[in-house]
Write a protein that binds this ligand. Structure first.
Ligand code: IPM
Ligand code: MN
Length: 357
């Protein structure tokens, strides 16, 4: 196999965790005799600091030409002011739209051995395995009009969903549920929002084409509660852009750390793969970030963009074995005793297992 992967390290801990994922991809390429070319491009605050827009033209072109894109994180407190055009996050939103990756798959599963590390009782989260299917190129994130009134004293955004946008994300959810435990929980706020009423209507229609999959509807507030009271009940959760963003951070709390959650954004050409966590500027540059989310995102890239299922499985097993052996980055210790391993130390341990696989 021959493929080009565009790496966008981005801001904060992005470069550290992207390097970890790159090392893993290089080992896998060597072991499986693949010809992977990794190229690196600026995005977000890193681009802004060089005087470029948050998604520079050269980065845009490289991503469009690559077989897949792996992103670290964007977000930098230095640019936390002013209009959208000058913010790091805008670069990522433009990239998602441009690659047309409308389906964001955010699996959250409990790695054996980490049950004690989260905020819930171990029995509540043992074997937890859910998939959040987040709509990624519509909804409140992109709706127009948006902005400030002329006097600057009010601001507004538009939540808008069209039928085809809901239909295609629903199809992804039902197809995923078919490969899993056959349950789709659709998230909305249909008791209040018009967009949610249409959402519920369309998801129900699509559901009728999948008689083998069970469909439940949950209001987003109630879903947020159920996720901490009865998380094991969930299989596939399908949600709009904003609700999916919020619930996926909550899922990080369930499995022990946001630093464990990978994601795959698919539906367009190639695909965009990124850890769910952000740039975490408070811990950037100290080699203490958890590289697991980025490494697991690289596994998703191999599976979803390059069809390399076996290679993806090998990476996931190496992560599982490393965690089962007791290695913990600082985020996974959460007050427990034991010494934390560094970002590069965790990566070394995963790479070592890959070399032996
Ligand atoms: C995520 C992030 C992004 C989002 C930000 C950085 C724009 O929070 O991927 O979950 O809101 O989608
Ligand atoms: Mn988020």
């Amino acid at each position: 196999m021959r493929a080009t992967i565009a790496l966008l390290p981005g801001d904060g801990i992005g470069p550290e965790v992207t390097e970890a994922a790159a090392r893993v991809l290089e080992v896998v390429a060597r072991r499986f005799d693949h010809d992977l070319t990794l190229t690196r491009h600026p995005i977000g605050g890193t681009a802004l600091r060089a005087g470029d827009p948050p998604l520079p033209d050269a980065t845009r072109a490289a991503c469009a030409a690559a077989d897949a894109v792996l992103l670290g994180a964007v977000g930098d407190p230095e640019f936390d002011h002013g209009p959208s055009a000058g913010r790091p996050e805008t670069g990522l939103l433009q990239l998602r739209k441009e690659l047309a990756v409308f389906a964001n798959l955010r699996p959250a599963r409990m790695w054996p051995g980490l049950e004690d590390g989260g905020s819930l009782k171990p029995d509540r989260v043992r074997g937890l395995d859910m998939l959040i299917v987040r709509e990624l190129t519509g909804g409140l994130y992109y709706g127009e009009p948006r902005g400030r009134t002329d006097d600057g004293q009010a601001a507004f955004n538009t939540m808008r969903y069209a039928r085809p946008e809901i239909e295609r994300i629903a199809v992804v959810a039902f197809e995923s549920a078919r490969q899993r435990r056959g349950l789709v929980t659709s998230v909305d706020k249909a008791n209040v929002l018009d967009t949610s009423r249409l959402w519920r209507e369309v998801v129900t229609e699509v559901g009728a084409r999948y008689p083998d999959v069970r469909l439940e509807h949950q209001y987003v507030d109630s879903c947020a509660l159920l996720m901490v009271t009865d998380p094991q009940k969930f299989d596939v959760v399908v949600a709009g852009n904003l609700f999916g963003d919020i619930l996926s951070d909550e899922a990080g709390g369930l499995v022990g750390s946001l630093g464990l959650l990978p994601s795959a954004s698919v539906g367009g050409r190639g695909g965009l793969f990124e850890p769910v966590h952000g740039s975490a500027p408070d811990i950037a540059g100290r080699d203490i970030a958890n590289p697991v989310a980025a490494i697991a995102s690289a596994a998703m890239l191999l599976r979803h963009a390059l069809g390399a299922d076996e290679e993806a499985g090998v990476i996931e097993r190496a992560i599982g074995d490393t965690l089962a052996a007791g290695l913990r980055t600082a985020d996974l210790l959460a007050g427990a005793s034991g010494a934390a391993v560094s970002c590069s130390g965790m990566t070394d341990a995963v790479v070592e297992r890959l070399e032996q696989a």
